[in-house]
Write a protein that binds this ligand. Structure first.
Ligand SMILES: Nc1nc2c(ncn2[C@@H]2O[C@H](COP(=O)(O)OP(=O)(O)OP(=O)(O)O)[C@@H](O)[C@H]2O)c(=O)[nH]1
Ligand SMILES: [Mg+2]
Length: 303
């Protein structure tokens, strides 16, 4: 029986890779059919790989969202880069190169170099087609990239609107190997609610605050009650790196944190399909992005 199942069933990992802000998380959410991975207009929104499991009667595709390729300066960024490297070189059955036409081609050089070393099939996705001027520009991009990398296929997508996503999803299945499912049927992702709660607060911080604030922030879920009915609540700590960042998060008379609390609470409740009251407080945790101790505590480094 086992042999028959393996012959009929396809299962594997389709990993997205691209520069920061290319639209990888937007695309992952389209594949998932739900806003699972935080999206913002700022680069480096995604810090850890996020899985969306898409399934049918005879397949299970695990789409993997990764942090955008970057030049790592601090420890957290090195960890982000490692997550991408591991996903494309160890986990992937297929890599989807998400290309953002609004980024200068020169910024792609180190990523292209990395993608040259892959053994698995590679698909090119030109995202943000709504922002491309004309057909000539598209042709020029495809020609330049195709001279460097061997693509199995090329797709033109508007991830924000979901245009071209179905065709891409169907094509991905062609490159997924035969084998038994990696995850139990019906599972959407590999992480628990607490992870997503923290991520959705962080997403709102990326949307609401400027400059260094989003990058200096970690959100820790302290309490998450599940059996108090309409008194269910979540309490979370927003860690910042410097004393001076605390009043910025809080805002004049608490106005900024009140706005943040409201937006994050709505995002969490929409996702979980339940009503929680969200409580937020701010703590100063100096240099956490450089500290192995805190990066372990916050789950960026696994023992
Ligand atoms: N106009 C347009 N904007 C898009 C499209 N796809 C994504 N975006 C926008 O691009 C920005 C970045 O999207 P994300 O999905 O967060 O990008 P990402 O690649 O995950 O970025 P990092 O997590 O920082 O690596 C957001 O403001 C999206 O709304 C698209 O097809 N067209
Ligand atoms: Mg992202």
């Amino acid at each position: 029986m086992q042999e028959k199942t393996e012959l009929n069933f396809k299962s594997g990992f389709a990993v997205m890779a691209g520069l920061a802000n290319a639209g990888k998380s937007t695309l992952l959410n389209q594949f998932a059919g739900v806003a699972l991975s935080p999206v913002s207009h700022k680069p480096q929104t995604t810090r850890q790989n996020i899985l969306a499991i898409s399934e049918g009667d005879n397949y299970q595709i695990v789409f993997v969202d990764t942090p955008g390729f970057l030049h790592a300066e601090y420890k957290l960024q090195q960890i982000m880069l490692n997550s991408l490297n591991q996903a494309i070189s160890e986990d992937a059955d297929l890599v989807i190169f998400v290309y953002d036409p609004t980024a200068p081609m020169a910024r792609y050089i180190p990523l292209i170099k990395k993608l040259k070393d892959l053994y698995c099939p590679l698909l090119l996705v030109i995202n943000k087609i709504d922002l491309i001027k004309d057909k000539e520009e598209t042709e020029r991009i495809v020609k330049t990239l195709s001279a460097e990398l061997k693509f199995k296929d090329i797709f033109y997508v508007n991830a924000k609107k979901g245009e071209g996503v179905k065709e891409l999803q169907r094509a991905v299945l062609n490159y997924i190997p035969f084998g038994p499912a990696y995850f139990p049927k019906g599972q959407l992702t590999d992480r628990w609610e607490r992870f997503y709660i923290a991520e959705f607060v962080r997403e709102q911080i990326f949307l609401q605050y400027g400059q260094e604030i989003p990058y200096s922030t970690f959100v820790e879920v302290e309490k998450f009650t599940e059996d108090l009915g309409d008194k269910n609540y979540i309490s979370a700590i927003i860690h910042v790196e410097r004393e001076g960042q605390k009043p910025i998060i809080i805002g004049k008379g608490g106005s900024a944190i009140a706005k943040l609390r409201q937006a994050a609470q709505k995002r969490i409740n929409d996702f979980l399909g339940l009503k929680y009251r969200l409580e937020l407080r701010v703590a100063v945790t100096p240099q956490w992005r450089q500290s192995v101790k805190y990066l372990k505590k916050f789950g960026y480094i696994n023992d």
